[in-house]
Design a protein around this ligand. Structure first.
Ligand SMILES: [Zn+2]
Length: 294
């Protein structure tokens, strides 16, 4: 990319839209601004358009990290947009700017940021598992982003038990996601506390004071995270597996590193927390945009 090498990057999620200007080296030029995600597709488009017109002259391109699967040419969304408003998947991102507009799935953007400038820097085989409402999976194999034929590689919607205990957001029962996500810890809280109002915050608060049943709820959830980590370690033989999302702070990395590496038959890998809690989507989308246009 010629000119100043800066990219205006957005991270669009169901709750918040964050944006900032990213430099060629992956650093942020100034602060990241966050706004609540508007309730309709039209309002989201108008907001993006307004922000783009404000900064367009300062940058060479616009990069968008978004929920949903994205086409191979990084032009548009092809499906599955989670908790964003109806019609969002039809958003015409290309009409936002006369400059290049690059669209990428948020989990893919995030793992790219970790690989280029984060806690998996230079590690050509990296898995990022972001534990949020769902589980965002970003995969780098032999230095390349793995997306699959429709951009959905790494989805954890396969059952890990067969007795139909929990319904997943996808409609199926007992997917790994509904046991390993941040949302799963909320469900564990309700089960172990026998209280429908209990949440993951009650679990974390109880764990800090070493109280039951919080410790049991947390251990149940953490064992499911371990289970997921072992699955990804076995399939991808990675150098590093990173855990992201706010709940990743509370994982016992020493214990899970040891236990996961005892369970796998491949060479050892390292389990770590991701470097970026919030800005990985913005940074990764901008870096991929620069890379693919240079
Ligand atoms: Zn599912």
């Amino acid at each position: 990319m010629e000119e100043n090498g800066k990219v205006l990057a957005f991270d669009i999620g169901g709750t918040k839209i964050a944006y900032g200007i990213v430099c060629r080296d992956g650093s942020l030029a100034g602060k990241v601004t966050k706004v609540s995600t508007p309730a309709t597709q039209e309002a989201i488009y108008s907001l993006l358009k307004k922000i783009v017109s404000q900064y367009e002259n300062e940058v060479d391109a616009v990069a968008i990290s978004t929920a949903g699967t994205v086409d191979d040419n990084n032009i548009k969304i092809t499906g599955s947009v989670g908790n964003l408003p109806e019609g969002y998947e039809k958003t015409d991102f290309q009409s936002l700017s006369s400059k290049r507009v690059f669209v990428v799935n948020d989990a893919n953007a995030a793992v790219w940021a970790e690989y280029k400038v984060g806690n998996a820097k230079g590690k050509k085989n990296t898995v990022l598992l972001t534990l949020g409402t769902g589980v965002g999976v970003g995969l780098i194999v032999n230095g390349r982003l793995v997306t699959g034929k429709s951009g959905a590689a790494g989805e954890v919607h396969f059952p890990i038990r067969l007795d139909k205990k929990r319904r997943c957001g996808c409609g199926n029962y007992d997917c790994l996601e509904i046991y390993m996500s941040g949302k799963a810890l909320n469900l564990d809280a309700k089960e172990f506390f026998k209280d429908d109002n209990a949440t993951s915050y009650d679990v974390i608060a109880g764990v800090k004071e070493n109280r039951l049943p919080a410790v049991e709820a947390f251990n149940h959830w953490q064992n499911m995270v371990l289970y997921g980590v072992v699955i990804f370690a076995s399939i991808f033989d990675p150098d590093v597996i990173l855990l992201g999302g706010s709940m990743a702070h509370f994982i016992d990395y020493e214990r899970l590193n040891k236990e996961a590496n005892e369970q796998i038959v491949t060479a050892p890998f390292v389990l770590k927390e991701a470097a970026f809690e919030n800005n990985a989507g913005i940074i990764g989308a901008a870096l991929l945009c620069m890379e693919q246009s240079s």
